[in-house]
Ligand binder design. Structure first.
Ligand SMILES: Cc1cc2nc3c(=O)[nH]c(=O)nc-3n(C[C@H](O)[C@H](O)[C@H](O)COP(=O)(O)O)c2cc1C
Length: 233
């Protein structure tokens, strides 16, 4: 099983350590690719919409293409972010904006419908669920059918500051989570994903999407006919 570990921050703090604890417990993990978003992405989306016509037209295309290659090649996606002001890190948000053409409303990638994902965030006291929410939402709109969330108030500013009792609890939680994601089988694509995909399909069929190039993508993928991304691997 190939794992892509995508960090929304450069800091090797509690969130980073928890993600590695999980990976150590995953059975059958054959390959790990680790990406620190801030090493690649230094700027946010400028709203030029070039990507709608041609994704290579984005001025940050090269940097994001490197990250997206790792993501597309993986079976399991692991996203981490510390909780900052009850949201994800600003670098994670920049990444999310720069990859919006991957959403089902634009040009979803067929391989996403076969992946699992885990989103991890720690906060000091409150807000980790709010930091996880936008990332989990993005993954849903990318088409990823199984997204697990792990948010925790660690009551600390660093991993060293986390109590042993809390670390024991995290260890147990990660063992449980590892059992859920230690599989090479494609996850079941649920009603919500199918429904959203079909809504987007109707929009593209009616020429009401973001343009004819986008519609042609759907047509070439066979999705305006009978093909569906979750049917073929
Ligand atoms: C800019 C900034 C904003 C933060 N915002 C919150 C917050 O909204 N809620 C909270 O409980 N902790 C907040 N914290 C604390 C961190 O979320 C917490 O220490 C977290 O465990 C850090 O993760 P890390 O060790 O992986 O870097 C904030 C810290 C910083 C530096």
């Amino acid at each position: 099983m190939k794992i892509a570990l995508i960090h929304g921050h450069i800091r090797k703090g509690s969130t980073y350590n928890i993600s590695h604890m999980l990976i150590d417990k995953i059975y059958g993990a054959t390959e790990l690719s680790e990406i620190f978003i801030p090493k690649f992405i230094k700027n946010g989306c400028i709203g030029c919409y070039s990507c709608i016509e041609d994704e290579t037209g984005c001025q940050f295309y090269t940097e994001k293409a490197e990250i997206m290659k790792v993501i597309e090649d993986a079976d399991l996606l692991l996203f981490t972010t510390p909780t900052y002001c009850m949201g994800p890190s600003s670098q994670m948000k920049q990444f999310m904006d720069l990859t919006f053409t991957y959403w089902m409303s634009h040009k979803p990638r067929a391989n996403m419908f076969h992946k699992r994902a885990v989103v991890i965030s720690t906060c000091a006291g409150a807000g980790s669920n709010k930091a996880i929410e936008p990332i989990a939402r993005m993954l849903f709109y990318w088409g990823v059918p199984a997204v697990y969330r792990y948010g925790l108030a660690v009551q600390a500013m660093s991993w060293d500051g986390v109590s042993d009792k809390k670390k024991d609890k995290i260890e147990k939680d990660m063992a449980k989570l590892a059992r859920k994601v230690s599989t090479n089988k494609s996850p079941r694509v649920g009603f919500k994903t199918r429904f959203m995909f079909n809504m987007m399909r109707m929009i593209q069929n009616a020429h009401m999407g973001s343009g004819e190039k986008e519609r042609k993508y759907w047509e070439d993928m066979g999705w305006l006919g009978k093909d569906r991304p979750w049917k073929k691997k």
